[in-house]
Design a protein around this ligand. Structure first.
Ligand code: TRP
Length: 336
């Protein structure tokens, strides 16, 4: 039996940070041994909020290089750019026409982002999860690894597939396969360095709130020096009164490879003055090999273009065949 397929993606907006790495990419690196992976840069999603045309392409390439630098292996994975495969936008349109408007108005992430944007909310932002459904369903993946915040979008994806199957398929012959969500454990969530109750995020206006994967050692040192802590001596996990303490210990735990019990014992009598340099060194050491590989990839002319060209070809072969299936079911004449 062939390997099961997974599909996931990240928006190429802003810098990728430790939260993206520990929450998503590192997880894919583990999964690629057992699954056939399709990983993409969601550059069409990136323009649902105001964006800068001058940086879009470069950011997209940067994310692709970081996937590779973090250990994604082209033997097991296909890496591609969403906008290079037109089937995404085409299927999204077909889906938009069978998706009730109120399903989209109910999406939590839309409501949150719309509030932040004020007057300037595009129809694209509302349609965002329909494009995501197209991203997913085109590849008929078995599982979709995402964070907790994407759960509702995956439910919508399944609802759209089920609705299409019900309205246009026949009993026992579904047109589209319903994928299973693969939601990461809460523990894998990396929180902001300036507020331990908020997720580490690309959209936080303060760069001090996150460690970017390409931050040089001095920047990492500066950010950890400045990060929020508390006045209590002795460090411990799981104290709801000390979210920053829990987050920083967790970062140390996952990046050092030690067990929770080991870290708890090692740090129970430490003050911040002792712990911060230890954490700084651990982060720098964990990111060094990724940064080195990133520089090598970026230094090799034409390499990334070649990877993305091959990725587009492999992705397109699957995507186009699914799109044809849907168009046929909807009654379109197909071009010869
Ligand atoms: N919305 C996802 C996020 O912000 C990114 C994304 C777009 C995605 N299309 C996808 C994730 C398809 C998984 C599958 O994280």
């Amino acid at each position: 039996m062939g390997k099961q397929r997974i599909l996931s993606g990240i928006q190429p907006t802003g810098e990728l940070h430790l939260g993206n790495y520990l929450g998503a990419i590192r997880n894919w690196v583990e999964l690629q041994r057992d699954y056939d992976c399709f990983l993409f840069m969601a550059d069409l999603h990136a323009i649902t909020v105001p964006h800068d045309p001058k940086t879009l392409a470069a950011s997209t390439y940067k994310v692709a290089a970081l996937y590779l630098a973090a250990g994604i292996d082209l033997e097991h994975a296909t890496i591609f750019v969403q906008s290079h495969v037109p089937a995404h936008t085409e299927l999204a349109w077909l889906f938009l026409c069978i998706t009730p408007l109120n399903w989209l108005e109910d999406m939590i992430q839309f409501k949150e982002k719309a509030v932040k944007q004020g007057e300037n909310v595009s129809a694209g932002l509302l349609s965002y999860p329909v494009l995501q459904a197209a991203d997913i369903l085109l590849y008929e993946p078995d599982k979709v690894p995402v964070g907790e915040d994407q759960k509702q979008h995956l439910e919508l994806t399944r609802d759209i597939a089920a609705r299409l199957n019900y309205q246009f398929g026949s009993e026992g012959h579904p047109i589209l396969k319903l994928p299973e969500p693969m939601i990461r454990a809460e523990g894998a969530r990396v929180m902001s360095l300036t507020d331990g109750t908020k997720k580490m995020s690309k959209s936080d206006p303060s760069d001090l709130s996150r460690i970017n994967l390409l931050d040089p050692p001095e920047t990492i040192q500066h950010k950890i020096k400045r990060c929020k802590t508390d006045p209590i001596r002795g460090l411990q996990f799981d104290d709801p009164e000390r979210p920053e303490c829990h987050n920083l210990l967790t970062l140390y735990l996952v990046l050092s490879g030690k067990t929770k019990a080991e870290v708890a014992a090692e740090c129970q009598d430490m003050g911040w003055g002792q712990f911060k340099p230890l954490l700084t060194e651990t982060i720098i050491a964990a990111l060094a090999p990724i940064q080195k590989k990133y520089a090598e990839i970026m230094g090799e002319p034409g390499y990334l273009e070649q990877v993305l060209k091959q990725g587009k070809e492999r992705a397109e072969a699957i995507a186009n065949s699914t799109l044809m299936k849907v168009k046929k079911a909807l009654g379109y004449s197909l071009p010869l």
